[in-house]
Design a protein around this ligand. Structure first.
Ligand code: FAD
Length: 498
């Protein structure tokens, strides 16, 4: 059978689309096979009765002109026809006694607010806000500018020089989680609310600081039209560059001849051949299912043995006939009485409405997301209770949003199991391996992007870049094409949309 393309890419999430765009920019004929009927993977959405049920992204680093990651998105056409909303308050955390912690992105405002809330914790608060100010200058993209395997001594020296002024803050704040920091607070409300400032308590403090810093720099916008509009913009760029996408085309197997990847077989038994294969989907499924676990070593087995942390959530999206646009967009409610979801108690529920993007709901109505962090294992014995659990959450939220229940027009429920089914991501993980103080070194070191003994096969996605996130997975796709160009003795080229 004649080759279908130079490169076959499995998955049209953001990493796969990015790999496809850069492949086309560099003169490779590529084709993407995507299991779903639309692009974006975790960064996607669906329409229901005039609402856009968004996959749930909150911000995208790189939306501020001239700032880190901006050029990447420009090359990928992500700004074509899209507007971005910048928010100055990331979230509010409300305690059972009515106390409110407002997570302002502006460090002076945040500092003044926190000092008013907990004057006895002045030292902790001032140290935290000082860190946010410092991270405003930090270029998070610098580590990913080039594939690490191709970095020369001069590249490392340049990187070292760039990082040097930040060594103090990096050393101090990468080894402390938000939960650890909150544990040092004397004020009881600050101690209970602080872990939820960035939605997951085990995040290293430096990650939260970077987020506030980028929000304050106007470099972490939300795309009007939501995640699917963002994914569609990149899909459009790929198609304009001459790429081809086959939707509803799940790959069942990677075909191998003489330890060299030679093509793919779809679920429907169709086969396609190419010189190279890039997997841009779940790492575990790729290695252990599509390749039947035949190309592994001890390091790979250990990565996927389940000991590393993952983040997954229970999400109930509601289309409601209520105008919530005057309410704060994202509130985490700390509950006096825990709520049992999938048989486990939870003491906090996040509620987000998208009033800042009126395109996501009909006029005068709102798209609302109820969210809580949950474990995959809890759902293995509770998959059939999702609807009942959604009702429990809605009942609890009725106290904070009177009239919510009766205003519901449509609903969509996501559990870790359902996300695993729809996107293929192991245990419904939202970002590959969770970024914590313990997994940070893994992220910096990187995860293998080739498999031992298998030629012409490459891996990108949130599973090769622990911690995931949209710009990092897009760079993962970009850098893989950079490596392939190097293998072929080609200079890596980039281009901007005309
Ligand atoms: C609720 C939520 C909120 C988030 N918020 C943010 C945020 O605010 N900012 C941010 O930067 N990041 C955020 N993230 C993380 C970010 O969305 C992901 O890290 C990123 O989208 C992962 O992209 P990917 O290409 O690596 O993988 P995926 O998006 O998982 O794409 C993989 C694609 O491969 C397809 N596929 C799987 N198996 C097969 C197969 N066998 N054959 C063919 N196709 C297959 C899937 O259908 C999917 O389309 C969030 C994630 C979630 C879930």
């Amino acid at each position: 059978m004649a080759p279908t393309a130079d490169i076959i890419i499995i998955g049209a999430g953001i990493s796969g689309l990015a790999a496809g765009c850069y492949a086309q920019m560099n003169g490779y004929r590529s084709i993407i096979f995507e299991a779903s009927d639309r692009p974006g993977g975790l960064c996607s959405g669906r329409s229901h009765q005039g609402y856009t049920f968004d996959g749930g992204i909150h911000y995208i680093f790189g939306t501020g002109e001239g700032q880190p990651f901006y050029e990447l998105w420009r090359e990928l056409g992500a700004f074509e026809g899209l507007e971005f909303v910048n928010q100055t308050e990331f979230m509010q955390i409300r305690g059972p006694q009515g106390n409110v912690l407002r997570v302002h992105s502006q460090p002076d405002q945040l500092e003044a607010h926190l000092l008013e809330l907990a004057p006895e914790d002045a030292k902790l608060i001032e140290g935290f806000c000082k860190g946010v100010r410092k991270f405003k200058e930090f270029d998070l993209s610098m580590l990913q500018q080039k594939p690490k395997s191709l970095m020369t001594a001069a590249d490392w020296a340049r990187l070292g020089k760039q990082v040097l002024p930040f060594m103090g803050v990096l050393g101090k704040w990468s080894q402390l989680s938000l939960r650890d920091l909150a544990g040092q607070a004397k004020n009881p409300f600050l101690r209970s609310a602080m872990p939820y400032m960035f939605a997951w308590p085990d995040v290293p403090v430096m990650v939260g600081m970077s987020l506030l810093a980028y929000l304050d720099n106007g470099n972490a916008g939300f795309p009007v039209g939501g995640a699917i509009a963002f994914a569609r913009a990149i899909e459009q760029r790929y198609l304009e560059l001459g790429g081809e996408i086959r939707y509803s085309a799940p790959v069942a197997q990677v075909l191998v001849e003489d330890d060299r990847a030679a093509g793919i077989r779809l679920d429907n038994q169709e086969e396609y051949r190419a010189d190279r294969m890039i997997s841009a989907c779940d790492g575990r499924r790729t290695i252990f299912d599509l390749l039947k676990g035949e190309y592994i070593n001890r390091r790979i087995e250990k990565l996927y043995d389940g000991h590393l942390p993952l983040h997954s959530q229970f999400q109930v999206l509601l289309g409601v006939d209520m105008d919530l646009s005057q309410q704060p967009p994202w509130v985490t409610h700390l509950l006096e009485e825990p709520v049992a979801i999938a048989g486990h108690p939870h003491s906090e529920i996040g509620v987000k409405h998208y009033g800042f993007d009126p395109s996501l709901a009909p006029p005068g109505k709102s798209l609302v997301s109820l969210m809580l962090t949950t474990h995959y294992r809890d759902w293995q014995s509770h998959d059939d209770t999702a609807s009942r659990d959604a009702e429990i959450l809605i009942d609890r939220m009725e106290a904070f949003y009177p009239g919510l229940r009766n205003a519901i027009e449509c609903m969509s429920i996501t559990t870790p199991l359902s996300l695993e089914r729809t996107t293929g991501n192991w245990q419904g993980a939202s970002s590959g391996w969770l970024l914590t103080k313990n997994t940070l070194p893994l992220m910096i070191k990187g995860v293998p992007k080739r498999l031992p003994g298998l030629e012409h096969f490459y891996m990108v996605s949130q599973w090769t870049e622990p911690g995931g996130s949209l710009p990092i997975v897009a760079l993962s796709g970009r850098n893989m094409i950079y490596e392939i160009c190097r293998e072929d003795g080609r200079a890596f080229a980039t281009a901007l949309p005309e």
